[in-house]
Design a protein around this ligand. Structure first.
Ligand code: HEM
Length: 391
């Protein structure tokens, strides 16, 4: 399925970014390879052996890209996200040590007795550096790649909830391995001081897509094929070639407030039908929203302030972002969504979030409680230490 399946351009909403229309995107003139696969694509990718594995078998740490971004194709159901500050003077040694341990713990077939006694399963570890850590490498200019503007609500966040030197994302089907593995990894990072951490979970996938805390299927649209990932997700060259940029925003969600809406109003807030995930403009779950479609009375089928309209890349001229978000729950007052996206240009995210802050009805139910961006390091290889290209 391609974005070209629906050739309509939204003519009644705010204009797209200067000179960029959905049609330009479709024809390839405005951005690279805007094509998306839904379930069919994920499952086809799985069958084609591109690494999808929802059943818990090993996901290789080695490769041009770190595991945990496009492999496994369906995100594991649990994760422990750790955002820490580190001794940046010892960064090179810490990353080398971290990379060696990630390779060891994810690949040891029998498991490590104290950490993964039943084997590694589909455990992955993904490591990224924030702007402050990048500034301490031989390529301080790379800090610009992960610098975010302030979005609505960010100014109220404590400093500990903005940025951070190091991201270690530990993901697995088996939640019992997350804590021991992350503690063991961080023991080997010099001067590690945790800023915040979050245990995340995802709903059981329904044909490859999980529901978010509002009960809506989330993660339908995104880059999936090798070509799309190359165009939109992986950094092509320079010291971070093979890496990507991860944006992480923790949102406390007003689930009660959202659920108090009438079902039709909830669907209008998202732009899709809760039960099926299908766009309100018609079609099936994996279809694109048709931003120009109207009812007989002339009203837009994807309402002006629907999230799917607000986030649509035709308005920002952005490529697609790979969304792999998790739900979290601390207590009855603090639960929600850790939005996680991977893209090769932080502006893809930034332009979208700025637009959401202006027009998205969903943001009324979302309060940011942490924000950060990290350069995800190139993949682990047998020849070089993790992060060696930065020094
Ligand atoms: C606050 C919590 C959020 C929730 C609960 C949420 C939920 C959803 C849902 C249910 C969809 C429709 C299905 C799909 O395509 O996955 C969607 C689409 C999308 N969301 Fe979000 N989202 C949130 C925040 C964000 C943020 C912060 C961004 C980026 C700045 C974003 C970007 C997108 C994009 C790009 C799409 C696809 C639009 C399209 O092309 O149809 N979302 N989101």
């Amino acid at each position: 399925m391609t974005r070209g399946a629906d050739d309509e351009i939204a003519e009644t909403d705010e204009p797209a970014a200067p000179g960029i229309t959905r049609r330009a995107l479709l024809s390839g003139a405005g951005a690279t390879g805007i094509v998306a696969l839904g379930t069919a694509g994920v499952l086809a990718a799985s069958r084609a052996g591109t690494g999808a594995d929802a059943t818990g078998s090993a996901v290789a740490a080695a490769g041009p890209h770190q595991a945990g971004i496009d492999r496994p194709a369906l995100p594991q159901q649990h994760c422990l996200l750790v955002i820490a500050d580190v001794d940046t003077g010892a960064l090179r040694a810490s990353l080398a040590s971290l990379g060696a341990r990630v390779a060891e713990v994810t690949s040891h077939p029998a498991g490590l007795a104290d950490l993964t006694p039943d084997g590694p399963g589909d455990l992955t570890v993904t490591v990224g550096l924030g702007a402050t850590a990048l500034a301490a490498t031989a390529h301080p200019e790379l800090a610009d790649l992960v610098t975010l503007p302030d979005f609505a609500g960010d100014a109220q966040l404590p400093a500990t909830r903005r940025g951070g030197d190091l991201l270690v994302s530990v993901n697995a089907s088996d939640p019992s391995v997350l804590e021991p593995v992350s503690s063991w990894l961080l023991e080997h990072v010099q001067g590690a001081r945790i800023r915040w951490s979050e245990f995340g979970y995802r709903g059981a996938p329904v044909d490859g897509v999980a529901r978010n805390p509002f009960g809506y299927l989330d993660g339908i649209i995104g880059p999936r094929t090798e070509q799309e990932l190359r165009d939109d997700v992986w950094i092509a060259d320079g010291p971070l070639a093979g890496g990507t940029v991860c944006v992480m925003r923790r949102f406390r969600l007003d689930v009660d407030g959202f659920r108090a809406l009438a079902p039709a109003d909830r669907d209008a807030t998202i732009g899709r039908v809760q039960s099926t995930g299908a766009p309100l403009s018609g079609g099936a779950r994996d279809d694109q929203v048709n931003l120009g479609a109207k009812a007989a009375d002339g009203t837009l089928l994807i309402p002006p302030h629907a999230h799917a309209r607000a986030a649509h890349p035709s308005f920002t001229g952005s490529p697609l972002m790979l969304r792999r978000s998790y739900s979290y729950r601390v207590d009855e007052a603090d639960h929600g969504h850790v939005f996680i996206s991977y893209q090769n240009d932080v502006q893809t995210f930034a332009r979208t979030q700025l637009r959401l802050d202006e027009v998205d009805a969903l943001m009324r139910f979302s309060t940011p409680t942490a924000t950060a961006a990290f350069a995800i390091l190139p993949g682990i290889s047998g020849d070089a230490d993790l992060g060696a290209s930065l020094f």
